[in-house]
Design a protein around this ligand. Structure first.
Ligand code: DGY
Length: 337
């Protein structure tokens, strides 16, 4: 049966989510994972009413110029620095993301990186796998840093930052945070977190986690100057976005012992990783997988599909995408045919 709308899915997705989409709309889904060029995106989007796209696909005014058909871009991520939302809004195209469903999983992963970097889990495993554990081992080998009881700093205190803070109670860690706007008192109480200025946070945190959105203001929010304020015994964790840390400056600070260790899930220009970071044993590196639990990635895919369908007027949320980034388009987009 022919469907009234056609959509494009830019990366391989769970089959059950594609089946769900196909109940309502014609679906063209990519079978292999790759970054699309602007020209490819322009061509793909010219022939569909909506698309689910991944973080490596950049949707800007150039890509949507002259597109008279596209009504919705559903981003397969909570962060949407790959979307030019003002350009989409100006073109009358709805934009959505996948908030909330990944908060707890991503917070778990931030702790995994903190613990792994502080206690040298990755380098110890590499050493063991290389067959180095033969005779006795010195009592003072593999000394790491304590996490329990230390002061946790969180830069960026949205919903993921708050989920990280709530876990700190179990580790007996006081929490300091900095956010552009201070949280309401009841949330601060629930998170047992105290607001401080950014410099104070950098100076006082025993370990620091970054949970900022990436935008022009947050580019290199942690650079040479900020790293110099941190304690030399601190672990720095970034689960937010590449570009928030100046990776070259961090590599120097880690090499010189001015910051003890880092747990990094995101990188400037990923999938490229600064070569100096790859050399360092005190950096735990992972390929942007903080939200990658089976349940959470399914929930993200399902939410992106729900957003897409709702924007096109299908399914239980018809007309009301659950996580709309540019509600000001509503009303206007109906005129696009
Ligand atoms: C997000 O959702 O923004 C994550 O970084 C991608 O999993």
């Amino acid at each position: 049966m022919s469907k009234s709308h056609n959509v494009w899915v830019s990366r391989p997705l769970f089959p059950e989510v594609l089946d769900h989409l196909a109940q309502y709309v014609g679906v063209q889904a990519e079978a292999t994972e790759r970054k699309h060029t602007a020209a490819e995106l322009r061509e793909k989007l010219a022939n569909v009413d909506g698309a689910i796209i991944g973080l490596s696909d950049r949707i800007d005014s150039d890509v949507i110029a002259g597109n008279r058909r596209l009504r919705v871009i559903a981003n397969l991520a909570v962060g949407y620095n790959n979307l030019d939302v003002p350009a989409l809004t100006a073109a009358g195209i709805l934009a959505t993301n996948t908030p909330d469903v990944l908060n707890e999983t991503t917070a778990d992963y931030a702790w995994a990186l903190l613990l792994a970097a502080a206690r040298r889990v990755s380098s110890a495993e590499r050493w063991l796998r290389a067959g180095n554990w033969r005779g006795g081992m010195r009592f003072d080998d593999w000394l790491g840093l304590d996490v329990y009881g230390k002061t946790l700093g969180i830069l960026g205190m949205g919903r993921i930052g708050q989920a990280i803070a709530r876990r700190a109670y179990g580790f007996g860690m006081p929490v300091l945070y900095h956010n552009r706007s201070r949280l309401p008192e009841d949330i601060e109480r629930e998170c047992r977190a105290a607001w401080v200025e950014k410099d104070e946070l950098l100076k006082r945190a025993d370990h620091l986690m970054l949970v900022l959105p990436y935008n022009a203001q947050n580019h290199h929010a942690i650079g040479k100057v900020e790293l110099a304020l941190m304690k030399p015994t601190a672990v720095l964790v970034n689960i937010a976005r590449g570009g928030i840390i100046d990776d070259a400056a961090l590599a120097v600070a880690l090499r010189e012992g001015r910051v003890a260790a880092a747990g990094l899930d995101v990188f400037e220009g990923e999938p490229a990783v600064h070569p100096a970071l790859r050399e360092l044993d005190n950096a735990v590196l992972s390929p942007h997988i903080a939200s990658a639990s089976a349940d959470t990635r399914r929930a993200m895919a399902q939410l992106a599909a729900d957003n897409l369908l709702a924007a096109l007027g299908h399914g239980p949320d018809a007309g009301h995408p659950p996580s709309l980034l540019n509600p000001e388009v509503r009303g206007g987009h109906e005129t696009k045919t």
